[in-house]
Ligand binder design. Structure first.
Ligand SMILES: [Zn+2]
Length: 130
């Protein structure tokens, strides 16, 4: 007779308690843009009821999961331009950061502080405010 190997999934909740309880299902949840899968036994599967409340109250965001939408947020107020007509570094930096946040990725790389702004970022800012 051949040998058969079975894989047994254990409930992650019980495993955290040092107990081996066979999982009877799994739950996938998205939290802050990341998907998590957790294996559950019948007892811990009850967490699904709590999650069902979220399903009813929240709205479905179509995949791919991205950082929470910033749409609808008010625009960053623009600071006055500097005396020579050039936008201030702080102003351009704030604008670049807002663009990066809105896009969910680094579109315009800017250092958190410092006196300089990359020329390409400055040019993009000017183009956007022309
Ligand atoms: Zn369990």
């Amino acid at each position: 007779m051949g040998r058969r190997t079975y894989t047994v999934d254990y409930c992650d909740f019980d495993e955290a308690d040092g107990k081996d309880v066979e999982a009877t299902g799994s739950i996938t949840v998205g939290i802050d843009g990341k998907l998590y899968e957790i294996l559950v036994c019948d007892e811990h599967g009850a967490i699904r009821e709590t999650l069902d409340a979220i399903k009813e109250l929240g709205k479905v965001i179509e995949a791919p999961l991205a950082p929470a939408s910033r749409r609808g947020r008010s625009r960053t107020p623009t600071a006055p331009a500097t005396a020579n007509g050039e936008p201030s570094v702080a102003e351009v930096r704030a604008w670049a950061k807002a663009q990066n946040e809105a896009a969910g990725e680094i579109v315009y790389p800017v250092a958190p502080r410092g006196p300089r702004i990359k020329k390409e970022v400055m040019d993009a800012y000017k183009a956007a405010h022309a």
